[in-house]
Design a protein around this ligand. Structure first.
Ligand SMILES: Cc1cc2nc3c(=O)[nH]c(=O)nc-3n(C[C@H](O)[C@H](O)[C@H](O)COP(=O)(O)OP(=O)(O)OC[C@H]3O[C@@H](n4cnc5c(N)ncnc54)[C@H](O)[C@@H]3O)c2cc1C
Length: 412
């Protein structure tokens, strides 16, 4: 079927990118971008970093100014999609209006998982996902004295670093024994734990928050599992996300920890693609389907779908990469470290310039680089070429990842 009309649900990172990439690829048909947030699409990563630090305002968050959408003839509509009618090839908006499509792209992202604990609705308890969340948080942060962060994941720790830099007393409560454990090797995790402690953050590991205490509707503290209470006039939770896959479930599409797609990011309905945080996909780098929450994943999947709609279909196989900024530490990760059984370090934790090369069954699978951007760029290239680099080679004195990448560029 010729595709003349593409409808995109979700005007976030992936939704915006698929519209932009379609135009870049020369698509001349109609593009409708439906999003339920106000304003033009914006980047989320600075919300928990530069925006909260007060270094940038809302205008700097936008991917493009409003005029771009007119100029590119991308019809941006603020609306919530309540239903997909796959048989009729249309989506239904909250207003009841039906929007027909030739091809539908689902880019509905994810929402914060909310801790199921007493007191979660108190004033002063927030998550960070949207600009509205960050706008609500900024003035509270400015007035806060004691902040408690529930969960030592990326976003919780980015917030902890910002709050500590602003002179707020910060306590992090984490169920696991080290921070960012789901994604990071132990040595890198420990470097970040030590850094936060150095910035004055108290890290409470192997602890849960069982409830949030309040007076007159306002948070005043949290209760931990061991009975200890912590004072808090601000509580920020970051315990992971839930993919926004309900529309897909209701439409009868296959969903399992996100919308399931094939190697070309097509759902179980060939007229519907899905991309970004909401997607569970097969990566050549993983034995099981994965769902990634990163800018790289949203952007590369959007580009892949746009190219397919323009007749340039290739299986999706981009190398995953990710970054986080905390205090003066910039961490960049290339590859997937899941199940790694060996690590080799370059640099040192003491100098705060460390790369951890993660191997699984002798194969390099991921490189985590803290304040070593050259290693990260080299790692992305090396990992893209099914690397034959061994742990023994990395352990050799004076091994340099960038030099290795240059030396092996033509050999592989
Ligand atoms: C605070 C924060 C910091 C981050 N930092 C980093 C970082 O440093 N590095 C990195 O790589 N990644 C980072 N990320 C992750 C990255 O921002 C996400 O992976 C990316 O935004 C995913 O894009 P997406 O388009 O899939 O989802 P989203 O950007 O979440 O967009 C989905 C959009 O769809 C809308 N929507 C959902 N359902 C409907 C519906 N029924 N009708 C209409 N609209 C709907 C949502 O409201 C939302 O606007 C961060 C995320 C957050 C929240």
């Amino acid at each position: 079927m010729t595709v003349n009309k593409v409808v995109i649900v979700g005007a976030g990172q992936a939704g915006y990118q698929v519209a932009a990439s379609l135009r870049q690829e020369g698509f001349e048909g109609q593009i409708t971008l439906l999003g339920d947030e106000p304003g033009v699409p914006y980047q989320r990563p600075p919300l928990s970093k530069a925006y909260l630090l007060g270094k940038i305002g809302t205008a700097a968050l936008r991917f493009r100014p409003p005029e771009w959408f007119e100029l590119q003839q991308v019809e941006l509509v603020q609306a919530s999609v309540t239903r997909i009618d796959p048989a009729a090839h249309c989506v239904v908006l909250a207003s009841g209006e039906q929007v027909p499509y030739d091809h539908l792209v689902l880019a509905t992202g994810a929402r914060n998982r909310v801790p199921a604990i007493p007191g979660i609705d108190l004033d002063g308890v927030l998550g960070i996902r949207t600009l509205a969340d960050a706008e609500a948080l900024a003035p509270r942060l400015a007035a806060a004295r004691n902040a408690v962060v529930i969960g030592a994941g990326f976003i919780g720790l980015e917030f902890a670093a910002v709050a500590a830099a602003k002179g707020v007393s910060v306590q992090v409560v984490e169920l696991g024994t080290r921070p960012m454990a789901r994604a990071l090797s132990r040595p890198m995790s420990e470097l970040f734990s030590d850094a936060h402690i150095g910035w004055g953050v108290t890290m409470n590991y192997s602890q849960t928050v069982t409830g949030i205490l309040g007076v007159e509707g306002k948070a005043t503290g949290v209760q931990m599992g061991d009975g200890i209470g912590l004072p808090a006039d601000l509580v920020v939770y970051g315990i992971g996300v839930v993919p926004n896959a309900e529309l897909a479930v209701e439409a009868g599409l296959k969903v399992a920890n996100g919308i399931c797609v094939d190697a070309h990011l097509m759902t179980s309905d060939p007229a519907i693609s899905a991309i970004g945080d909401v997607v569970s996909f097969h990566s050549p780098l993983s034995a099981v389907p994965i769902r990634l929450e990163s800018v790289q994943n949203a952007v590369d999947q959007a580009r892949n779908v746009a190219a397919r709609l323009m007749g340039k279909s290739v299986p999706y196989g981009a190398l995953p990469w990710f970054w986080t900024d905390q205090g003066d530490l910039k961490l960049q990760i290339a590859g997937l470290s899941d199940g790694h059984d060996q690590t080799v370090l370059l640099g040192s934790a003491e100098s705060r310039k460390l790369s951890v090369l993660c191997f699984r069954l002798g194969q390099l699978v991921a490189v985590e680089s803290c304040n070593r951007p050259a290693d990260h760029m080299a790692a992305r290239k090396v990992l893209s070429r099914a690397p034959r680099l061994t742990a023994e080679e990395v352990e050799a004195p004076d091994f340099d990842l960038k030099a290795y990448e240059l030396a092996t560029r033509d050999a592989i």
